[in-house]
Design a binder for this molecule. Sequence first.
Ligand SMILES: Cc1cc2nc3c(=O)[nH]c(=O)nc-3n(C[C@H](O)[C@H](O)[C@H](O)COP(=O)(O)O)c2cc1C
Length: 201
Amino acid sequence: MSNILVIQSSILGPYSQSTKLLDNFAVEWKQKHPADNIVVRDLAGEPLPVLDGEIIAALGGNGELNERQKAAAELSLALIEEVKTADYVAIAVPMYNFGIPVQLKTWIDLICRAGITFSYTETGPQGLLTDKKVLIVTTTGGTHRNTATDLALAHAQTVLSFVGLKDITVAYAEALAMGPEAQERGLTDATNAIQAFIAAH
Ligand SMILES: Cc1cc2nc3c(=O)[nH]c(=O)nc-3n(C[C@H](O)[C@H](O)[C@H](O)COP(=O)(O)O)c2cc1C
């Protein structure tokens, strides 16, 4: 039995392509592995607090904490526990204005914790969230794959690797705003990659 964590991050609700692709992933995964436990965290539906001065102080464990700080510190640990419990983490990475959704950035800001999810060593930083497989589903309106503007994916891959989530498979849905045929091709590419990931595990 495996634990699957699905992180949804699109703001587009029923119109979201990444949400649909990951919803389908969850359905197909469950068909193949009925005993597995799938947890879905919807970052747009259930927003997390944005990192600010008060919260970063709380995460650093400095001084006496107010109620908001206590809640944020507990939430951060709960989010980290959710990842630690997972054997597989499937993450939606839509591109908005060349970056990741602020909702996903906020999740990242709460799970990147020195001493908990990464540590600094004499040989450089070391990620502590190891032994997990990651599926990134990235969606873009235009075409950015393998170019300098593929910044949402680059950011997600870099920061996930930093906390130890290095075993990453990417399902890429590109050109989703470039007409129906291009969109169809983009969605088919991503669906094929998702199905290959399921077939391999
Ligand atoms: C606010 C906003 C900003 C966007 N910015 C970009 C962009 O910079 N580059 C791009 O290729 N597509 C951009 N798009 C198109 C999205 O990447 C595309 O709609 C994709 O399907 C988003 O994923 P989602 O449907 O899961 O939300 C943007 C869409 C929105 C809503």
